[in-house]
Design a binder for this molecule. Structure first.
Ligand code: CA
Ligand code: CA
Length: 461
């Protein structure tokens, strides 16, 4: 196992006092005399009472010894060994199961509750154990275990509770079992996460120290949830949403240099960082197409231009340094008002799919399992979180995109829908991410209901 004991002048995190609990969240205490002017990425109204997000930017000196420092040296933090778990049965689970009775799927498919997971966002499945690690936009990362392999989780507990996370939304595994956790403004890597996760203290490395993923001046509660993937080149790819509806021209030099409103890639130890793609508004879903170097991503498009415009996007990157058109284009071929008189870059790449306006396409994954019928092999699934910027809500469903051999799109249509109550316009759930479980079934996370569902196919006899 490769663990470096690097000194963390800039990456010090605040120690967590006592036992973390999912009901009464406890957080680090702000340092005396340290004031913060922004939230370090916490979503307004979503921060648990009593939790102070870590101060923005690097902490001075190497004075205190944070838990992360201790974990990098394989030392214990004193966090209680007995970890709290999320109840998996009871009224909450029963209500979630009732919701699922309303979900419509193609013939032969079934959807079931896999786990109760508060605030469930992006998922990463352990390559050797099948444990599902789940990010949130709050302070928790969850570990979801199906111990008896009946394809329903038996245990949901915090991962690395001795570390104070801030918007740990983006999770991805390396093929050799390192769990990458991309927070709003820090990246950590956890070697052997599937082994250590049973206890509160886990081996940890710092890939990008706190305050160095983006300039702290650009930290924002808006579009601050990251996603990541490991590429065929073994590099770490991270999407960095830009914080505005449409950014001012004065911001663009900095953003293009840093990769905000784009996708960056870096070595797994954090070195050789470069901007891989630009012209992206806020991508919260990236995935490599198996057997290729194509990086596909969803992109959420401009608000306030009307109910049915501009379209959302599913895009394909085929080479480094491509530009995907934002902010000149607000979605598809629709020009933004703000940049109507500004010349777009010469070659911008149009989307592969123009999706329904404002439906908020988020996590996506290519289907590489064997359980689903032949036509689904290599198809692209993506979650639609559902709209807020529309008089009649739309979305809250799972879409499927069928591709031709060359990656061109054959068909894009709903796969699982019914989380939006069409009579009351209320959400019963809001899908965030999709992931293929090792048996070929499809997991769907939902941060509104706080759950993970499992979609399976029943072979007809
Ligand atoms: Ca089970
Ligand atoms: Ca675009």
């Amino acid at each position: 196992m490769r663990t470096k004991a690097m000194l963390l002048g800039a990456g010090l995190v605040l120690a967590v006092a006592g036992t973390p609990g999912f009901v009464r969240a406890q957080g680090g205490q702000a340092e005396p005399g340290r004031t913060t002017t922004h939230t370090g990425g916490a979503v307004p109204g979503e921060t648990s009472p009593g939790v102070r997000p870590p101060p923005a930017g690097p902490l001075p000196g190497a004075g205190g010894q944070g838990n992360l420092d201790r974990l990098q040296q394989f030392r214990t933090t004193g966090t209680a060994l007995q970890m709290e778990t999320v109840p998996q049965e009871g009224r909450r689970a029963d209500a979630l199961r009732r919701n699922l009775e309303r979900i419509r799927l193609p013939e032969g498919f079934r959807i079931e509750l896999y786990a109760v997971v508060p605030d469930a966002r992006h998922m990463a499945i352990g390559p050797s154990s099948g444990v599902v690690f789940v990010g949130t936009r709050k302070t928790r990362v969850w570990a979801v275990t199906d111990r008896d392999r009946d394809r329903v989780a038996d245990e949901v507990k915090p991962f690395a509770p001795s570390i104070q996370f801030s918007v740990p939304n983006g999770l991805c595994f390396t093929p050799d079992g390192f769990l990458q956790v991309v927070e709003h403004n820090r990246v950590l890597s956890f070697p052997a996460a599937e082994f250590f996760y049973e206890g509160p203290d886990v081996a940890a490395e710092v890939v990008v120290p706190q305050g160095q993923l983006i300039p702290t001046s650009e930290e924002s509660f808006n579009h601050g949830a990251r996603v990541c993937r490991i590429g065929p080149d073994n590099k770490l790819y991270i999407s960095l949403g830009q914080p505005f509806n449409v950014p001012a021209p004065a911001k663009m030099d900095l953003y293009n240099r840093v990769g905000i409103g784009g996708i960056i890639r870096l070595d797994r130890d954090g070195g050789n960082r470069e901007v891989y793609a630009r012209g992206i508004r806020n991508s919260v879903g990236i995935a490599f197409r198996p057997g290729t170097n194509e990086l596909w991503f969803t992109d959420n498009q401009v608000d306030g231009m009307g109910d049915d415009t501009p379209p959302g996007e599913i895009n394909r990157i085929t080479a480094a340094n491509q530009n995907f058109g934002f902010p000149w284009f607000g979605g598809g071929k629709v020009r933004t008002r703000e940049y109507a008189n500004s010349e777009p870059p010469a070659e911008t790449v149009p989307p592969m799919v123009e999706t329904v306006a404002h439906a908020a396409d988020l996590g996506l994954t290519f289907y590489d399992g064997r359980m689903f019928p032949e036509e689904y092999r290599g198809a692209l699934f993506n979650a639609q979180h559902g709209s807020w910027n529309r008089t009649t809500p739309i979305g809250a469903r799972v879409m499927v995109t069928f591709l031709n051999q060359d990656g061109t799109v054959r068909e894009h249509k709903p796969f699982a829908e019914g989380w939006l109550d069409e009579e009351t316009n209320e959400y019963l759930g809001r899908p965030v991410d999709v992931a293929v479980l090792r048996d070929g079934s499809l997991l769907v996370s939902d941060d509104h209901a706080g759950a993970i569902y499992r979609i399976r196919y029943e072979r007809r006899r």
